[in-house]
Design a protein around this ligand. Structure first.
Ligand SMILES: Cc1cc2nc3c(=O)[nH]c(=O)nc-3n(C[C@H](O)[C@H](O)[C@H](O)COP(=O)(O)O)c2cc1C
Length: 469
């Protein structure tokens, strides 16, 4: 006799096969709860690796950091390249930054359930998808005509926070627009000199209005480093008004400029003589052309240099001035000593970036990674809740792991993404960031870790102790 359909249905649910399927489902659900899913996540950061292989052809750009540098060198005028690549004096700080990563070696762990991984980090109450941020780098137009806007779009597409430099070639508003609504972005301040507090207030108000929610204050560049590459070609973009757009677009700066012009008592002939004096100086044709083309911008640029790069230093007790104009987290960039990290804590600062500006400021200095090793290992720092970020030398995913192991919560990518910008504008930046994200995820997996919170000093060996004074 034929069974009733309902009975057939009921009997299937009772069948061993159905029970097995249900049990499998329950296993998957419970393993999800336990965080031990056996299938790799198709959306993981390392998907870029799979995409490249499945394309079955060479990617448009190399995946090697050394090639990004080489390709950027070919893509832009040499003086521009050397401004980006160059460091202070003998470039020994830059060399130390890179070689330090060779001394700290990772210790991979086996038979760890790292099929699914979590690269997210929490910084100042915000959840970020990865520990990578884009470092503040000024004058991006010298790498590509789309400049900071291209970087902002690339960052938005990958949800990587962009830190906008005060020395940008685009205004705060233009970069915010290119970065789009809801994307995380921070603002880096080159602190105008004390007489221009109103200007500082205006910059910070604009940053806040335009969705920049963390303030990075750079402490290591009150005086520009001794940079022979640029000195030998007498090349500094700010003189021509390049890298000055954040201030040029500021209402307080505009008022200052108007006042200066109104007070300018020079006669026309005196002004012509001044330009003629510049043109008479021995130099390149392109220098002469730039002087002619930018005579107006140069007057504005003079004020920019006087306000931002006058050589006037600030002190610790002045930090509280910034609290008047900024109610969000403040991060000090350029910390290299444990003593200064303690001062940051004592001054109620929320975060520091252990950085030596990529070796562009003080030559003969310790590597930034050695500085991190000292600061990140300190009891007072660890117990204080101070957020530690790191830059200067990050080139690969394993570099990211080493910095995290030494106590950084997140890291800043510097020159590599500017090389990406020089190679191919927005798509070049995106490529470099996707490589860095994939390599970071891959390194976490091959270290045998499921999340960044599991990475610590046990995962490192130092093979040559940092020199002690
Ligand atoms: C061309 C160039 C311009 C930079 N401009 C700024 C800047 O405007 N503000 C700032 O805080 N740091 C600036 N930096 C420093 C970076 O933020 C970062 O500290 C450095 O690039 C890290 O070193 P790395 O590139 O070797 O990894 C600049 C670096 C370069 C290479």
């Amino acid at each position: 006799m034929e069974e009733e359909p309902t009975t057939r249905h009921a009997s299937f649910l009772d069948s061993p096969l159905a029970l097995h399927i249900v049990e499998m489902g329950q296993d998957v659900l419970s393993s999800k709860k336990n965080g031990s899913i056996l299938e790799p996540d198709p959306e993981s950061m390392s998907r870029y690796q799979r995409e490249i292989y499945s394309n079955l052809r060479k990617p448009n750009f190399s995946t090697k950091p050394s090639q990004w540098e080489a390709q950027a060198r070919k893509a832009i005028p040499l003086a521009n390249f050397f401004y980006i690549y160059g460091s202070a004096s003998t470039e020994s700080t830059y060399a130390a930054n890179l070689s330090a990563f060779e001394r700290y070696r990772l210790r991979p762990w086996m038979l760890v359930q790292a099929t699914r991984r979590d690269l997210s980090v929490e910084l100042f109450g915000h959840q970020y998808a990865s520990p990578l941020l884009v470092a503040p780098i000024g004058v991006q137009e010298i790498a590509h005509p789309e400049a900071e806007e291209a970087t902002a779009r690339a960052c938005a597409s990958l949800k990587v926070p962009m830190i906008l430099s005060t020395a940008a070639t685009r205004s705060i508003e233009e970069v915010a627009k290119a970065n789009g609504q809801g994307n995380p972005r921070w603002f880096q301040l080159y602190w105008p000199k004390p007489e221009a507090e109103e200007l500082t207030a205006s910059l910070l108000a604009r940053a806040k209005t335009n969705g920049f929610n963390v303030l990075v204050v750079t402490l290591d560049t009150f005086m520009i480093g001794w940079r022979p590459n640029d000195l030998d070609t007498s090349y500094i973009p700010f003189i021509y008004g390049q890298g000055c757009q954040v201030l040029f677009s500021d209402p307080v700066f505009k008022r200052m400029l108007e006042k200066l012009q109104a007070e300018d008592t020079r006669t026309v002939s005196e002004k012509v003589t001044e330009i003629w004096d510049i043109l008479k100086r021995p130099g390149t044709c392109s220098g002469t052309f730039k002087v002619m083309a930018n005579a107006t911008a140069m007057r504005k640029a003079k004020l920019w240099i006087d306000l931002l790069s006058s050589g006037t230093f600030r002190e610790w007790d002045q930090l509280n001035i910034l609290r008047k104009y900024w109610d969000g987290p403040i991060v000090l960039k350029g910390i290299q000593t444990l003593e200064d990290a303690h001062r940051a804590i004592d001054n109620g600062i929320e975060g520091i970036i252990v950085s030596n500006h990529g070796g562009r400021q003080l030559d003969g200095a310790i590597s930034s990674l050695d500085a991190l090793a000292e600061i990140g290992g300190d009891k007072k720092v660890r117990e204080s809740g101070l957020t530690i970020l790191f830059d200067s030398g990050i080139r690969t995913g394993s570099d990211v792991m080493k910095a995290i192991a030494l106590g950084a919560k997140a890291v800043l990518i510097g020159r590599p993404y500017i090389y990406g910008l020089a190679m191919g504008g927005e798509s070049g930046v995106k490529h470099v960031l996707e490589c860095m994200l994939a390599d970071t995820d891959n390194s976490l997996a091959n270290l045998g870790k499921r999340s960044l919170s599991e990475v610590g000093r046990d995962d490192l060996r130092v093979f040559q102790q940092p020199s002690k004074l």
